[in-house]
Structure formats: structure tokens, C-alpha cells
Design a binder for this molecule. Structure first.
Ligand code: KG4
Ligand code: ZN
Length: 359
């Protein structure tokens, strides 16, 4: 039995969580800064680190109290030390180091992307979808490797082959905007509230996904073969050009002309993103004979992405529960559990790594 206190401050959520054995969430406290940044239509790094400083110790105290535990009950501290905003990461890392110094607890630096992957460990059987079977609550199915993992968040779009705990091969990723970034930028073009992902999903519900023909970018390697990289910046430009086609005077941040159907735009854009994400992930799963497909990160909350992946895959698909898709510390504690079992212990000298590829 291991009890891990996870701490996460890589972006705009200050989070702490206590997790038992990498699976059972005893507490999961997230102080979101969305309201603070909404005014700017994106994340303002200086404001983010100041808000983390104010929130970190109350959030940690709340996580321990909700779990009915004290620091002395913990086996280790797991903290995100990258990738992310340097000024935000340093707040969580320094807080964790202070706690480690005061308690002598082992401390482990965790990669945020690995955290997103381990959000899948915290989910129960109903989040595993088997092709051709209707969803019934089955017994937990032990995880079999290899697994193809699609991480889609505000800062990342990564397609990975995971062959065991902590073992990753990068198959591809975005060469420009991340999937969540594309949602956020197009949300802004459409005058929808920040963050764009959930706003676009809601607007798309009453729209037609075939109203506009937005490009699907199937990138190819040097020999003409389709690869596993993604590009979403052209899609954002296509949305802008379409808006300008409907109203030649239109500029970003102008009020949208009445002739524009926001639901149709949102649904057509969402369909273009989803088709490419699903197409490449399913192809990778077949090529590498994956036992399962996992999706993780903020964009994995998207219902169109989830249902299309589940429909298109010929292997089981696992998705995180909605509350674990966006940033949280339970996933960091879960990743910390496996790293702790594997023997990882960091000295107090470890630093933040704002750019830290997982593979
Ligand atoms: O994982 P996350 O909380 O933070 C990063 O590590 O980046 O992801 C945040 C991203 C934002 O871009 C947000 O717009 C997107 O996830 N997102 C969604 C949805 N919910 C959040 N995108 C599409 N559909 C959603 N339902
Ligand atoms: Zn994240």
C-alpha cells in the first residue's frame, strides 16, 4: 500500500491529491484559474504563477484534510516538474521540496504528459469500450501492453506507443498548434468564451458537421508515406478565410456577422480535428498491434472525439473520466506511484524542465 501526495502547477490549475496504490483517489483538489485568464482570452504567465503562490499551501492542506490524512501518513511526494510554464512549475516544485525537507519524505519529479497517461489508471471498467459490445460494467481488465496513447491538450498533441510502465516510443505529434490550442484559437475567432474546447463542443451540438469543408491535413514523410504527425494551424486559417468569405470586412476579434452560423462552423471545425486525430491513432494501433487505445489530456473530454474513436477502433478504447481529462494532481500521484515502485527518488537539487519530451 502506498500513499502518494501529488502536486501539479504546470499551467493554470493549482492542484493537490492523495492517491492510494496508484488507483484510488482519496482527495482531488483543483483550484482553477480559468476565470482569471478568461478576460485575456488565454493564459497570462505572470498572473498564473502569482495565483499558484497564493493557492498552493491551502490546496495541499485541503487535499490532506479531505483524505483524512497528514503528511506523516504519506510514502512520497510526486510533483510535476515539466513540461509547462517555468514560473508556474517552480511554485509546485519549490512547495514540494519544502515539504520534503520538513518531513524527510522521498520526492519524485513527474512528467506532466506521463501524468495525463496515468489518469487512465484512475478510471474504472466502465471507461473501457470494447468494439461491438454494448457497455456493461465489467470487472477491471488488467492492462496489457503495447498501448497506443493519444495525448491531446492545450499544449500538446502526441501519439505514443507505450510498451510498459514508463516506456514510450514517440510515433508523432503536432508540428504547429496543439489540438487544444486550435480549439481555443477557433473558439476565439467565433467569439466563444475561453477555453474554446468546451465552448466549441457545446456550440457544435446544434450545428452540421458537413456545412463547411475544412481541410484535413494528412502529413506525409519524405518518401510520400503518411506519417503520424499532425498540423492544425492551417485549419484555424481556413476558419478565418471562411469567415472573411462570408463577410469581407471581418477581422479577428470583430463581432461576427449575423450571416455566420456559429454552430455549423463549430461542428465543421470539430469534425475536421476529430477525423485526423482518430484516423492516425487507429492506423497506429493497427500497425503496432496495440492491445488498447488510450486518449488523455483536456481534449479527450471532447464527446465527438470519444465517440468517433470508440466507433472506429478495432481494439478496446479507454478514456479518462471527464473530471480527470483536464489538469489535476491525482494523475501526477498515480504516475508517481509507478515511478516510486520502480525506485525513482530525486534529490532536492532537481529542477523544473519547461520543455521535456516524454520520448
Ligand atoms: O490538459 P489540459 O487541462 O491542459 C494542458 O495541459 O494543456 O487541456 C486544456 C485544453 C484546452 O485547450 C481546452 O480548450 C481543451 O483542453 N478542452 C477541450 C474540451 N475540454 C477541454 N477541447 C475540446 N473539447 C472539450 N470538451
Ligand atoms: Zn495537461
Amino acid at each position: 500500500m502506498t500513499l502518494i501526495l501529488g502536486i501539479e502547477t504546470s499551467c493554470d490549475e493549482t492542484a493537490a491529491s492523495v492517491v492510494l496504490d496508484g488507483r484510488e483517489i482519496l482527495s482531488n483538489v483543483v483550484a482553477s484559474q480559468i476565470k482569471l485568464h478568461a478576460e485575456y482570452g488565454g493564459i497570462f504567465p505572470e498572473l498564473a504563477s502569482r495565483a499558484h503562490i497564493e493557492a498552493i499551501f491551502p490546496v495541499v492542506a485541503e487535499a490532506l484534510s479531505q483524505a483524512h490524512k497528514t503528511l506523516s501518513d504519506m510514502d512520497a511526494l510526486a510533483v510535476t516538474n515539466g513540461p509547462g510554464l517555468a514560473g508556474s512549475l517552480v511554485v509546485g516544485v519549490n512547495a514540494a521540496k519544502g515539504l520534503a525537507l520538513g518531513t524527510n519524505l522521498p520526492i519524485l519529479g513527474i512528467n506532466h504528459l506521463e501524468g495525463h497517461i496515468y489518469s487512465l489508471w484512475l478510471s474504472s471498467p466502465e471507461y473501457r469500450f470494447v468494439p461491438g459490445k454494448s457497455q456493461t460494467s465489467e470487472e477491471p481488465v488488467p492492462i496489457q501492453f503495447p498501448v497506443v496513447v493519444l495525448i491531446v491538450s492545450g499544449g500538446h498533441t502526441e501519439l505514443l506507443l507505450m510498451s510498459d510502465h514508463g516506456m514510450y516510443q514517440r510515433l508523432g505529434g503536432t508540428i504547429d498548434d496543439a489540438a487544444g490550442e486550435a480549439f481555443d484559437k477557433v473558439g476565439r475567432l467565433l467569439g466563444l468564451p475561453y477555453p474554446g474546447g468546451p465552448s466549441i463542443q457545446t456550440a457544435a451540438q446544434t450545428g452540421s458537421s458537413t456545412a463547411f469543408e475544412f481541410p484535413r491535413v494528412w502529413l506525409r514523410g519524405n518518401h510520400g508515406e503518411e506519417n503520424y504527425d499532425f498540423s492544425f494551424s492551417g485549419l484555424k486559417t481556413a476558419v478565418l478565410r471562411t469567415l472573411q468569405g462570408l463577410s469581407p470586412e471581418y477581422q479577428p476579434d470583430d463581432a461576427l456577422p449575423d450571416s455566420v452560423s456559429i454552430p455549423d462552423m463549430a461542428a465543421s471545425f470539430q469534425a475536421a480535428v476529430v477525423e485526423v486525430l482518430v484516423g492516425k491513432t487507429v492506423r497506429a494501433a493497427a500497425e503496432f498491434r496495440a492491445e488498447e487505445i488510450w486518449i488523455a489530456g483536456g481534449v479527450s473530454a471532447n464527446m465527438a472525439l470519444r465517440s468517433s474513436m470508440i466507433e472506429s477502433a478495432s481494439c478496446p478504447v479507454r478514456v479518462p473520466p471527464l473530471f480527470l481529462c483536464t489538469d489535476n494532481a491525482a494523475m501526477i500521484a498515480a504516475a508517481g506511484h509507478f515511478r516510486f515502485l520502480a525506485g525513482q527518488r530525486d534529490t532536492l537539487e532537481f529542477d523544473v524542465r519547461p520543455s521535456w519530451p516524454l520520448a
